[in-house]
Design a protein around this ligand. Structure first.
Ligand code: KG4
Ligand code: ZN
Length: 342
């Protein structure tokens, strides 16, 4: 007996719906919100309004692309949190009314858990998976979760048995990258721009100090500040400094952040004698992070798990796979559940 799940993701600025049959992805539709670019960051009020406009067409498209009818849906999964309250409310309310209308159960999903479980999506449509990831990881494995709001080293013992080994004590890695991009006036979100420009630059052109933080924890606010002060001093001597050294600056700040991230991941894998290391979340789309993880894993004869790009940034497919594993456990949500922001 196959299980068909409709999943909804609306925690930040992407409205997404996906359909899965068991662990296999049938469709994954994402509507990104362009409206925030002109403000240099996500404007919560505009995000929830855009979600309201997008949610019905996005769900319609996901069902259509999956080639199923609404009646075939066995459960509706949704991101309950963390995220922006107004954004979450749109997806949560939609999922509740849709499930009620269909007479099917609801499944609540934690957004961070969904990012991590994206490694278990089976998708033939995205052929990328077969070349980039030979198999799915086996427990226990380590996952570095790096998104716009979170930076965590996780030890996965089972799908829902996850130990957080370390976390950032201030900014997230994605936030630091976005802020560095903002300082250089590269637009929002800056991560993909830094990634692109860094390819033309020398990553050893400039050194930025990384802090000494206990254990597997991180701190990124100092890196951002030292980057800001460094540029302020250079700009005094040469007002065109950023323009003239953009690629080197991008490559250097990217290397600083990625090396800091992976040094602790490598330590965690060694300490816990784990031979499989995964990355997840928006920053896992970063090409330098991807190639560095590959290099480190090859050095130790470990297996690296790098998600295809469409599963790195926010998407409903990952909410769908998390919903599927909860469905198997019979872990359903009550209709009265409110969203949570943290
Ligand atoms: O997971 P995500 O889509 O949303 C959150 O849950 O926060 O992550 C968004 C973050 C942003 O900080 C964005 O700049 C970063 O992921 N990002 C990247 C790249 N693509 C997205 N950072 C570095 N390189 C990239 N290619
Ligand atoms: Zn995310």
């Amino acid at each position: 007996m196959m299980t068909t799940i409709l999943a909804i993701e609306s925690s930040c600025d992407d409205t997404s719906a996906a359909v899965l049959r068991d662990n296999r992805l049938l469709s994954n539709v994402i509507a990104s919100q362009k409206v925030h670019e002109q403000y240099g960051g996500v404007v919560p009020e505009l995000a929830s309004r855009a979600h309201q406009q997008n949610i019905i067409p996005v769900v319609d498209a996901a069902i259509l692309q999956a080639g199923i009818t609404k009646e075939e849906i066995d459960a509706v999964g949704f991101t309950r949190g963390p995220g922006l309250l107004g954004s979450l409310l749109v997806g949560v309310s939609f999922a509740k009314s849709f499930a009620t209308a269909l007479g099917k159960p609801l499944i609540e999903v934690n957004h961070l858990q969904a990012h991590v479980l994206s490694h278990f999506i089976v998708s033939s449509e995205f052929g990328v998976r077969s070349s980039e990831m030979a198999t799915t990881p086996t427990f226990p494995f380590i996952c570095l979760l790096v998104s716009g709001g979170h930076t965590q080293i996780l030890l996965l013992k089972d799908y829902f048995d996850i130990e957080c080994l370390g976390t950032t004590i201030d900014d997230a890695a994605g936030e630091a990258i976005d802020k560095a991009a903002k300082i250089m006036d590269l637009g929002y979100p800056g991560g993909p721009v830094i990634d692109r420009l860094a390819k033309e630059g020398n990553a050893d052109a400039y050194q930025f100090a990384t802090p000494h933080i206990e254990g597997y924890n991180y701190s990124f606010s100092g890196i951002k500040t030292s980057f800001l002060y460094f540029l302020r001093d250079r700009l005094k001597e040469n007002p065109n400094f950023i323009e003239e050294h953009k690629a080197d600056l991008c490559a250097s700040i990217q290397k600083t952040i990625v090396s800091f991230l992976l040094k602790k991941v490598e330590r965690a894998a060694l300490d816990h004698k784990v031979r499989q290391v995964a990355i997840a979340g928006g920053v896992s789309a970063n090409s330098f992070l991807r190639s560095e993880l590959q290099r480190i894993c090859e050095k130790h004869h470990w297996q690296a798990f790098i998600p295809p790009f469409q599963f790195c940034t926010d998407n409903a497919a990952m909410v769908g796979i998390a919903s599927y594993f909860k469905y198997l456990k019979g872990d359903f949500a009550d209709i009265s559940l409110p969203p949570y922001t943290r």
